[in-house]
Design a protein around this ligand. Sequence first.
Ligand code: AHM
Ligand code: MG
Length: 332
Amino acid sequence: HHDKLALPVGTTLDRFIMRKQEDFPYATGELSQLLRDIALAAKIVNREINRSGLIDIAGAYGNRNVQGEDQQKLDVIANIRFIRALRNGGEVCTIISEEDEDVIQTGNTQGKYVVAIDPLDGSSNIDVNVSIGTIFSIYRRVSPTGSEGNSQDFLQPGTHQVAAGYVIYGSSTMMVYTTGNGVNGFTYEPSLGEFFLSHPNILTPKTGAVYSVNEGSSESFSQGVTEFVAYCKDNSFSARYIGSLVADFHRNLLKGGIYIYPPTAKAPNGKLRLMYECNPLAFIVEQAGGKASNGRQRTMEIEPRDMHERCPLFIGSPELVDKAEELLAKEH
Ligand code: AHM
Ligand code: MG
């Protein structure tokens, strides 16, 4: 029932989150607060990213950042910012991050939620001014409230996600998220410091003519993946690969297409992480009418065994993901 939830373009993210909450009479507002905490951290990280080109220049006249910390790499800074926001917000008991091997205890043992996050994905692109992103996934904890969370809280299939989203720091900064009621996109207005609803109820095209895969590894693609890439070429698809997952995903979500990170010789299980790269994007794409698969199985139904495990990813327009799965099923 997206109609009931429809709000006009230009609604601020804060208002949007509040109004959505009113549609769920028993909601306590904790998830809403958590989403606002993530948006706040995103604004701070956005500011750091925009300034990043100036860091060396600022460093040359001895500038230090406000906390007096030595200047660190942006992915480390983003990790600190998001963890701090989630800790201060109080709704999250435990976090896993691509930047940390172990689970992170926020100290909020009463918090009902756990968050898996890639604070700044595509960090190799930072130095060359290419779009980068934050990806997050929110689960209800399974460990008892009042205790510390643990890795079991994260070993839940993607179907259990209560919300997921990403922030793209691009030509404009956007936050796109779902709570399981469709997907909405908000564009950041830096002079006002607000995200505004710009892409209500995003639906991805049923098919598309873009394929996004790192073909530099094509020598080690499986037969099915090789055949799928050939299928794309036979049909004169456009090849588009930024090498920044959020940016490649965002483009294909809006325009139609498929993003693939297959098993390769270098990365036999693919490169991307199930908990904070594949599952959140899978939740979003499905809510937008698309599909996500590891080539054989729906991404969100994979039973995770390790918090940081990797899995192959085929994600995007439903007809293209179906086609890829069909060709992979014929492999022997
Ligand atoms: P990272 O988490 O180390 O930044 O790596 C993830 C990135 C994705 O953003 C991108 O889609 C992928 O790695 C590109 O990998 P490759 O260079 O192997 O194609
Ligand atoms: Mg990453």
